[in-house]
Design a protein around this ligand. Structure first.
Ligand code: SF4
Ligand code: ZN
Ligand code: ZN
Length: 307
């Protein structure tokens, strides 16, 4: 059988990028992914001199790649500091394994890791919460995780919070927000998704935004990054995300590059939308003092509902 060759250097190909019609060998693929992330960071000015960057780390492939590449880019730059922050939601047989990986990885990279848990902050694990509420686990989990990430990134002095969102995550969020008719959330997509600032809000950045999920998985394997590939036992309870993911994957198979065009097209719409959309001022939660779009933040509202 004929060996397929890298379109750049002629070595043995390991990957075919259908939307470009190009083959990549291991080294050219790795270089290409790192270049893309550098370009996203540079073009959108995600990280600047003087920044202290908290990398949200779960131990999975995307967040580990994000930490690894940002650390590679900035480790010799004394004006940018990188550290990792992880949230332990308390999901037995899943998060403890992925966090073990995260700790090992941070030791290897010599990057500080700070772990905060639902149990210590809120008094319950996500496993315990699933006994109380019967659905929407991902909604609770996402609200509480974002709350802790912002609160503790800020307390640790971070000026940016970098997450491992990839192209697939972004494309799914766009479709889901459109289906729900949620224009305010739709306007939050993008590599630096903040609309209004608050002194207690750490701006979020998504350096892996133009890396498709399967390329993120391949990068992690080719680089030997010790990422955890297990899946959260509650992932399939989020049926809308799951179905959107399947739908987009089917479309991508038939029309390669459709996720890119969806995301890029949406950014153009969003930049116009931001000028038109009247978005309320970011307030300060009267219960906990964290930033909030209402008088009481979403985390405090959910905590009250649970009690
Ligand atoms: Fe939380 Fe849902 Fe993600 Fe599991 S799949 S970690 S429950 S958001
Ligand atoms: Zn090559
Ligand atoms: Zn609050």
């Amino acid at each position: 059988m004929k060996t397929l060759k890298c379109s750049t250097c002629g070595k043995k190909a390991v990957y075919f990028r259908a939307n470009e019609g190009r083959y990549y060998c291991k080294q050219c693929f790795i270089t290409n992914i790192e270049k893309k992330v550098r370009r996203t960071v540079g073009n959108y000015e995600l990280i600047k001199s003087g920044d202290k960057v908290a990398c949200a780390l779960s131990g999975g492939k995307d967040s580990s790649n994000n930490l690894f590449i940002l650390n590679e880019i900035f480790k010799k730059n004394p004006k940018v500091e990188i550290f990792a922050i992880a949230i332990d939601e308390g999901i037995r047989a899943y998060r403890n394994k992925s966090l073990k990986n995260a700790k090992k990885f941070c030791d290897e990279l010599d990057v500080d890791l700070h772990v905060f848990s639902f149990k210590e902050e809120f008094g319950f694990t996500l496993d315990e919460l699933t006994k109380k509420v019967k659905e929407n686990y991902c909604m609770y989990c996402g609200v509480f995780r974002r709350y802790l990430l912002n609160k503790y990134a800020r307390k640790l002095g971070a000026t940016k919070l970098a997450t491992g969102h990839n192209l697939d995550d972004e494309a799914q969020s766009i479709i889901m927000n459109m289906l729900k008719g949620d224009l305010v959330r739709l306007a939050r997509v993008g590599p630096m998704p903040f609309l209004l600032m608050h002194e207690r809000f750490v701006p979020r950045t998504k350096p892996l935004l133009f890396i498709p999920e399967r390329e993120s998985a391949l990068y992690s394997m080719l680089k030997g990054i010790p990422a955890f590939f297990g899946e959260c036992p509650y992932a399939y309870t989020n049926t809308l995300r799951f179905e959107t993911r399947e739908f987009l994957n089917k479309l991508e198979e038939k029309s390669p590059g459709i996720k890119y065009s969806l995301v890029e097209g949406c950014y153009r719409i969003v930049s116009m939308l931001k000028k038109k959309l009247v978005i309320g001022k970011i307030k300060t939660c009267k219960k906990c003092g964290e930033p909030s779009s209402q008088d009481t933040c979403k985390a405090c509202q959910l905590l009250e509902k649970l009690s």
